[in-house]
Design a protein around this ligand. Structure first.
Ligand code: CMC
Length: 434
């Protein structure tokens, strides 16, 4: 990556009457950043920023979010335009390489990804070691990590060609692993990849076909799946992406790094929120119970939160939520689902919350997960698969960010510091004197 940050100003920091000059850098858009890298060396102080709310961990040229405007750009292109006109594989090319592919580049990339869809057959043995009722995320996390044991022929991260092969393998094999985890969890046989189909069609077939029957992919459903993957493909330095970068900063292999990302994504505050949101909508059950749940969400003594609401960065409507809402309606119409109690509750809940001063003052808007659970459930996925689908799509963002980090020669091993408040030095006490 060619570094493009420019020093545009200087900040002054005064500690004990002494003034320190700190460079201020600007990017192409978005807030500028104060460079504190030399702070400890010159002042002996650290910065304190739990949750990294004011910290840039890196320079990046992949994804931009303006949380106040509700804007999300992949390599400069608005997410709404990509969801409308692009495909997941084209968007993947864009995220990795920085530009939309030409026709020839697109064909070559699609062919490369398609050629890597199969798993080493011994991974089947590996799957058989999981408990029959294992959570699909547990299987995906474990299997992605295990890929490094199967594809160790190309793990030299200093070699561009080997990095490319690993990235292609991850993007291509993720749907196969995700579908395998699903089939295993419901006790059905493996459906092998069908390379005559598109990325999303193939994934749907691997999930929902059975050997005993013909399976025809519905193009409208495949298109919705592709849009959902585009919406989830990247989201700058979120928790799982930062985890991938941190793991990668030590020189760990890409399969290990992506497994770390999958693990981080699993939590209910991150990728697990769509599962939690659908469960919440089902628990609410009827529109008349919404006020009770809104009151609970507002009660500071109650840990309950409206799942699918609020975001660390978006202080406006999450642009992905708008596309997701439209996709939800299209899928329900295509499937002929006229009555959807959860959709009715979601729409009413959204209306109530968007007019409630508690949510307005805190700028809490629906995020991507508010509608995604409804649409994924309509597509036939159980809630335990929701985060897996998120991980599948986000793999593209993770490998793009990991690759960018390795191409950036200003990167160093990630190693935050701490403000220690534990015991000061003391002498060991033998057990009979304690
Ligand atoms: N329901 C009720 N109150 C909320 C909610 C919510 N969903 N989210 C935030 N708040 C309140 C919070 O209690 C706090 O109030 P106060 O200032 O009175 O203490 C204020 O809003 C600020 O919240 P915060 O926890 O400081 O915000 P954060 O940036 O640390 O958390 C979040 C962001 C996404 C974890 C949080 O909004 C949340 O827990 N939302 C529900 C889970 C969810 O939908 N997660 C999916 C995120 S989008 C997918 C992804 O990128 O992974």
């Amino acid at each position: 990556m060619e570094n493009k940050i420019k020093q545009t100003n200087t900040a002054q920091l005064i500690i004990d009457g002494k003034t320190y000059e700190l460079p201020i850098y600007s990017g192409s858009i978005g807030p500028s950043a104060i460079d504190v890298r030399a702070l400890h060396k010159h002042t002996g102080h650290f910065t304190f920023d739990i949750g990294y709310t004011s910290t840039c961990s890196t320079e990046s040229q992949i994804t931009f979010i303006d949380g106040d405007k509700g804007q999300l750009l992949y390599r400069g292109y608005p997410i709404e335009q990509l969801a409308e006109h692009s495909t997941f594989l084209e968007t993947s090319y864009l995220l990795i390489h920085g530009e939309l592919p030409t026709k020839a580049q697109s064909e070559k990339f699609t062919k490369t990804i398609t050629n890597h869809t199969m798993l080493h057959e011994q991974i089947e043995t590996f799957f058989n070691g999981f408990r029959r009722d294992a959570h699909p995320m547990a299987m995906v996390c474990g299997t992605i990590g295990a890929l490094s044991a199967f594809y160790h022929d190309n793990l030299d991260i200093e070699d561009n060609a080997q990095r490319d092969i690993s990235m292609h393998r991850l993007i291509a094999k993720m749907p196969t692993i995700a579908a395998r985890a699903y089939k295993y969890s419901i006790g059905q046989p493996t459906i092998y990849p069908d390379n005559s189909l598109s990325y999303s069609e193939n994934f749907l077939k691997m999930c929902f076909a059975v050997p005993a029957e013909d399976y025809v992919v519905n193009p409208i459903i495949a298109d919705a799946m592709d849009k959902i993957f585009i919406l989830h493909a990247d989201h700058e330095q979120n928790a799982s992406t930062s985890t991938v970068r941190l793991a990668g900063s030590s020189g760990a292999n890409p399969f290990a790094c992506i497994a770390a990302g999958v693990a981080c994504l699993w939590g209910p505050s991150h990728g697990g929120a769509n599962e939690a949101c659908l469960n919440m909508l089902k628990e609410i059950g009827t529109v008349d119970r919404i006020p009770e749940f809104v009151a609970r969400a507002k009660d500071s003594n109650d840990p309950f939160r409206l799942m699918g609401f609020g975001h660390r960065v978006y202080k406006n409507y999450d642009p992905r939520a708008k596309v997701m809402q439209k996709t939800t309606h299209a899928v329900l119409k295509e499937l002929g689902i006229k009555d959807s109690p959860v959709l009715d509750i979601a729409m009413e809940l959204e209306k109530i919350a968007l007019n409630d001063p508690y949510f307005v003052e805190r700028k809490l808007y629906p995020n991507v997960d508010f509608y995604s659970g409804i649409v994924l459930s309509a597509l036939g996925f159980p809630t335990s698969m929701f985060t897996v689908l998120f991980a599948l799509a986000r793999t593209v963002g993770w490998v793009s960010q990991w690759n960018e980090m390795l191409e950036d020669n200003t990167q160093r091993i990630g190693r935050p510091r701490q403000l220690y408040t534990g015991a000061t030095e003391r002498n060991y006490i033998s057990i009979n004197k304690r």
